[in-house]
Design a binder for this molecule. Structure first.
Ligand code: ADP
Ligand code: ASP
Ligand code: MG
Length: 814
């Protein structure tokens, strides 16, 4: 004997009911089959909604009733041959008339008791079981529908009735003894001894099936639904959840209790008591193995089996000095909650006994607070117990697995994974059996926490980074191309999954939580008409609240740089070639670095100095390894180098500046390069990285162009002034060349002082031979005193800058 249960989604349409039929048929060799069905998918909610309309006196409930009627009649038309339809339609209409009468009653008296509601909700399963039994018969299966009355007997706790197993088991056994047919049974509903209709709680059809299986000592219970078994997490919220092949009853109970909706928690007990194996199967993929729940599942290595969560939680805390060492407080506290029927989901007590906190359903919060306050009124007046506190809008996330018992460090891993992603834990509890660890967090962080924990406990091999990129100029666009070309390799070879979630330029933005296709992201952004500002972009990032989020600023904008602290504060890493933040005032720079460290995220700007060259990272490595930096000196401006290397009698300064701009070597405003300011920023950043508290004004700059070429003002004036000066410059340069020398713009930091100056460099000097847009940086340190450590290579251009940004992103993954 086997019991099969088909949930709402499995019977949500005639097409799906035919799938159910195939599955039942594939069990034909089993002698006796019981098929428990839910209401058509979504119908219980629809009935509930319709009842609430009627209760409010809203006569649109009638339209809803018509929809309900149409849905059932349409199913009959699709599933039953015309010849047999009329009698079945008549029966269904008879049932629906009863439903209409009772709804009309609710509408007239504007009152809906839990008892009436149970009666109304029972129609879903009553109708579906009847129609499905007829559809089975239509297809040659010897089905009989079971009348819900006098079958499952319960108390009169409407909405969540408790089963009287003595009477129920007797009823079921009698029924099955006299019936060899394939029985189709409505799930979810029961009756009291006095014949009132009750329900077993939302999702209760699973429970009906388990009660029957236990009563007839079935050899198996199969629960058919719309997913391929119990997954490592709710697949609707964690996209890369995977099915769990085997688990124990205790693990299944724990996961379902903590929110895994695939199985209604009370279902486990009857099956466990008779050791009936439960199989969770997918109606839409019957070939998938699903999940097998037994007493002794195949042992697994992983400490954690699954992760689940419950939303709409409140934390109720009672605290006070008088509680320490006082006996009986906890008993009275829980007694008061119990008397009001408040279900306590989680308990934590600080070891000082100064407070007790319980996690409860938010809908019970006010009632719970009142009853506890009443209980402790005298103690509160005497100041022994403080006010009873309620914190709303929370969620519980639970890790479940029997192997956690033998594995140290699980709680530590949980804390650090959540902490790194800025998720604050309000309370934590571990069951004494160590079968679960659960923690209370903010509701808004629930999905992020699930994904974070899922990644650390199941996919620790793979790390998914969620990127939000601002700026699609040369660097941004090149970065997108590079990531697009490399993403597959990173995933395969390094287990890093890069997902572009948001992309914006100064006017518009696009978002896709599943990931924006990289190869067409620029076109997609181009086609977007969604207006966006940096503030709306940031709001959206915070709203999405994704784990391992990285903000990549590929602009040169001060406005964009001004949002870094908001992001870092929310545990979002920042990667940028934009120098404004790191070279702005020292206070801001320091604040951002400190914030990143405090939140355990990264603020990386390697490309601020020398584009793709590892300059900042080399400097940091030297310092971290205990070396002392004595002097930093070098050519930091690929742009300026390009200028000095390219200017000639035929190619004057203004032409070369324009060329450098066209090649993406120069800052958008070339005066920043020409004035030496860009180089000053770089040496400033390096000095700061050594620990120096320095401002940009402290860097001594000797400009090489006349002031009128460097002052702020319209660009055409700048070009004109540059052209006026370029012949003078060319004359000096040619003279120098004759002497076997060349100009180089050198920046240096030594003994707390930084400077930028144009120097005449002789042929043969290492600075002379730096070609094209290359950079060269010499670190003189205690360890590299005689022979400085040299970093040399291409230091400007979109390709190398984007590559440097990309490297910073990968650094975060590692
Ligand atoms: P049915 O209508 O068949 O009773 P339910 O909607 O009650 O189905 O339960 C199946 C749903 O449970 C899945 O679609 C899934 O979204 C949800 N679910 C939540 N947690 C899990 C989990 N850990 N594994 C599988 N499904 C889960
Ligand atoms: N139809 C009921 C509900 O939606 C019972 C069930 O589907 O298990 O809650
Ligand atoms: Mg269900």
């Amino acid at each position: 004997m086997v019991v099969l249960k088909f949930g709402g989604s499995s019977v949500s349409s005639p097409e799906n009911i035919l799938k159910v039929l195939d599955i039942v048929r594939s069990h034909a060799s089993i002698k006796q089959l019981a098929v428990v069905v839910s209401a058509f998918g979504g119908l219980t909610d629809h009935l509930l909604h319709t009842s609430r309309l009627a209760e409010r006196g809203d006569d649109s409930f009638k339209q809803e009733l018509i929809k309900i009627e149409d849905r059932h009649l349409a199913a009959i038309k699709d599933l039953i041959h015309a010849k047999r339809q009329s009698s079945i339609v008549a029966n269904v209409k008879f049932i629906l008339n009863e439903l209409e009468d009772i709804m009309q009653g609710v509408f007239l008296v504007k009152e809906l008791s839990q008892k009436t509601l149970d009666f109304i909700l029972s129609f879903g399963e009553r109708l579906s079981s009847y129609i499905i039994a007829e559809a089975f018969k239509e297809n040659g299966l010897p089905a009989a529908a079971v009348d819900y009355r006098n079958f499952i007997i319960t108390d009169n706790n409407f909405g969540n009735a408790r089963v009287n197993f003595e009477l129920t088991n007797q009823n079921i056994q009698n029924y099955f003894a006299g019936n060899e047919n394939l029985l189709v049974i409505p799930g979810f509903v029961g009756t009291t001894k006095h014949g009132a209709t009750t329900t077993l709680g939302r999702g209760g059809s699973d429970y009906t099936a388990a009660i029957i299986a236990a009563a007839i000592e079935a050899s198996g219970l199969e629960i058919w639904t719309d997913v391929s078994g119990m997954m490592t997490a709710d697949p609707r919220r964690v996209k890369n959840a995977i099915p769990i092949e085997e688990m124990s009853y205790e693990e299944a109970l724990e996961l379902s209790y903590f929110g895994a909706k695939i199985i209604y928690p009370p279902t486990i007990q009857p099956a466990l008591s008779r050791r009936i194996p439960i199989r969770l199967k997918n109606t839409f993929a019957p070939e998938a193995f699903g999940t097998l729940i037994t007493h002794s599942p195949r042992p697994s290595e992983a400490p954690v089996k699954g992760i689940s969560s419950i939303e709409q939680i409140s934390l109720l805390t009672i605290s006070g000095s008088g509680m320490v060492g006082a006996s009986g407080i906890a008993m009275r506290f829980f007694g008061a909650l119990g008397r009001k029927g408040v279900n306590v989901i989680l308990i934590t007590q600080a070891s000082s006994e100064h407070s007790i906190s319980v996690g409860i359903n938010q809908k019970d919060a006010t009632r719970a607070q009142q009853t506890v306050e009443e209980e402790f009124r005298l103690e509160m007046q005497a100041g022994i117990v403080d006010k009873v506190q309620i914190e709303n809008n929370l969620a519980i996330v639970a890790l479940v697995g029997s192997n956690m018992r033998n594995t140290p460090g699980i709680a530590g891993k949980l804390f650090s994974a959540l902490g790194r992603n800025g998720i604050n834990i309000s309370a934590i509890a571990q069951g004494t059996s160590e079968l679960n660890i659960s923690c209370v967090i903010q509701k808004k962080d629930e999905e992020k926490a699930l994904n974070t924990l899922h990644e650390s406990f199941f996919l620790s091999e793979t790390k998914t980074l969620h990127l939000f990129v601002v700026g699609t100029g040369t660097v941004g666009a090149t970065l997108m191309d590079q990531i697009s070309g490399q993403a597959a390799n990173l995933y395969k070879g390094h287990n890093i999954a890069l997902k572009l979630i948001g992309l914006s330029n100064s006017k518009t933005a696009i978002f896709n939580e599943a990931g924006i296709p990289l190869d067409s992201c620029k076109e997609a952004l181009g086609n977007s008409t969604q207006p966006s500002t940096i503030d709306t972009f940031v709001d959206k990032i915070l709203e999405l609240n994704l784990p391992n989020a990285i903000f990549v600023d590929c602009t040169a904008s001060a406005e964009v740089a001004s949002v870094y602290n908001t992001l870092l504060d929310k545990s979002i890493s920042v990667v940028t070639p934009n120098k404004i933040a790191a070279s702005g005032n020292y206070h801001t720079y320091k604040e951002l670095k400190t914030l990143a460290a405090k939140r355990g995220v990264k603020f990386l700007f390697e490309t601020n100095v020398g584009a793709g060259l590892p300059i900042i990272s080399t400097l940091n490595d030297l310092i971290r390894s205990g070396d002392t930096v004595l002097k930093i000196e070098g050519i930091f401006s690929g742009t300026m180098n390009y200028l000095f290397n390219t200017v000639s009698a035929d190619k004057k300064l203004s032409t070369v500046v324009q060329e450098a701009m066209d090649l993406g070597y120069a800052e958008p405003d070339p005066r920043i390069d020409l004035s030496g300011k860009d180089v000053a920023r770089k040496i400033l950043i390096l000095a700061r990285e050594t620990g120096e508290n320095l401002e940009l004004e402290d860097v001594a700059i000797k400009p090489f162009l006349p002031a009128n070429c460097l002052q702020d003002g319209p660009m055409d004036e700048f070009w004109q002034n540059l052209r006026d000066y370029e012949n003078t410059f060319e004359a000096q340069r040619a003279e120098l060349e004759n002497q076997g020398k060349g100009y180089r713009l050198i920046a240096a930091w030594e003994e707390g002082k930084a400077r930028v100056e144009l120097r005449e460099i002789e042929k043969g000097h290492p600075f002379y031979s730096v070609s094209g847009s290359d950079n060269i940086i010499l670190f003189t340190t205690e360890r590299y005193k005689v022979q400085p450590l040299i970093v040399k290579g291409s230091g400007a251009g979109a390709e190398v800058t984007a590559a440097g940004v990309f490297a910073d992103i990968i650094r975060i993954a590692n």
